[in-house]
Design a binder for this molecule. Structure first.
Ligand SMILES: O=C(O)CCC(=O)C(=O)O
Ligand SMILES: [Fe+2]
Length: 301
């Protein structure tokens, strides 16, 4: 079962809520969270902005096509990403934007902090998305602090590693499942996220499925204002497996669907190797490698 948690109670360190959180991170690797301060209306505004963008004529979207860049900022066309090497490239479209560094930051030249590409239309798109990026990041940090407490650590034990974060905000657009789609075609194939914590808003349409510990695929639904939270490979390494990075996918159905994940990752130089190990796993190197494996235009063949 995937539990719904109340972020206000987690902020207050309510012991029952923290216990539920510990179960969710350690056993399932997925939860939903309510009472974040980002309500349904706010999330619907963001979803509308992405929807208006994805429904632009293709030629408009091509003006911010990431495939002509050496990074992952802007529009990713259908079949531009293959998250599962055993499946065909995903049929979703995406729009990715990253955390904007302050001028003069030593990280400026790294591709994981590449400059964003913003479309001319819909009007106000950049402002809506950037404001949401900031507010959603604050929610992600609150959830991470509660996780630290649930794991018996200091609440702020992850904080410094996220200054600056290597965060990416994405809009996913899933058209109806195409008639040509076969057994190896997915909206997004089965994958684990690459980073730390993913805070996902959806338009409420069913589609997301999570691989449960018993091997079943369980559907998770979240109306705007409820967020799905899951964890990526880095947090699993970094906590020595105390937090699970769980497989998930979207097969796609008879209705189109939008989702907005915030991939909240620590700064480039964070060593996310398990505690006490001699290994060194730099967050930025891991993320760069996973991007190169999965975005077709970044693959080195
Ligand atoms: O659309 C969803 O519900 C999940 C999207 C997802 O897993 C991703 O973008 O990594
Ligand atoms: Fe994912």
């Amino acid at each position: 079962m995937i539990n719904n948690l109340d972020l206000r109670k987690l902020d207050q360190r309510d012991p029952d809520e923290l216990q539920k959180l510990l179960h969710a991170v350690a056993e399932v690797g997925f939860l939903t969270v309510s009472n974040t301060g980002l309500d349904g209306d706010r999330v619907r505004q963001v979803l509308t902005a992405y929807s208006d963008f994805f429904h632009l004529p293709e030629v408009e979207k091509q003006k911010v096509d990431m495939s002509v860049t050496g990074s992952n900022r802007g529009w990713g066309a259908p079949q531009s990403e293959q998250v599962d090497p055993d499946a065909n490239p995903d049929f979703k479209e995406v729009f990715d934007c990253g955390f904007e560094l302050p001028a003069g930051s030593p990280y400026c030249d790294l591709s994981v902090y590449a400059p964003n590409l913003w479309p001319q239309s819909p009007p106000g798109f950049k402002e809506t998305i950037q404001t949401y990026f900031k507010d959603a990041s604050a929610v992600a940090m609150r959830v991470l602090r509660a996780i630290a407490v649930a794991l018996g650590r200091e609440a702020d034990s992850f904080d410094n590693a996220f200054e600056p974060p290597m965060a990416l905000l994405r809009g996913n657009y899933y058209p109806k499942r195409p008639i040509w789609a076969g057994a190896r075609d997915f909206g997004i194939g089965a994958h684990t996220d690459y980073g730390c914590l993913t805070l996902l808003a959806t338009d409420g349409t069913a589609g997301l499925e999570v691989r449960m510990p018993d091997g079943r695929w369980e559907a998770v639904e979240a109306e705007p204002g409820v967020f799905v939270v899951n964890f990526g490979e880095m947090l699993e390494f970094w906590t020595g497996g105390q937090v699970k990075a769980t497989l998930h996918r979207v097969v796609g159905g008879t209705e189109e669907r939008l989702s907005v994940p915030l991939f909240f990752n620590p700064s480039y130089d964070t060593n996310v190797a398990p505690p006490g190990s001699d290994e060194r796993i730099l967050a930025g190197e891991h993320l760069t490698r996973r991007f190169k494996e999965t975005y077709l235009h970044l693959q080195v063949s």
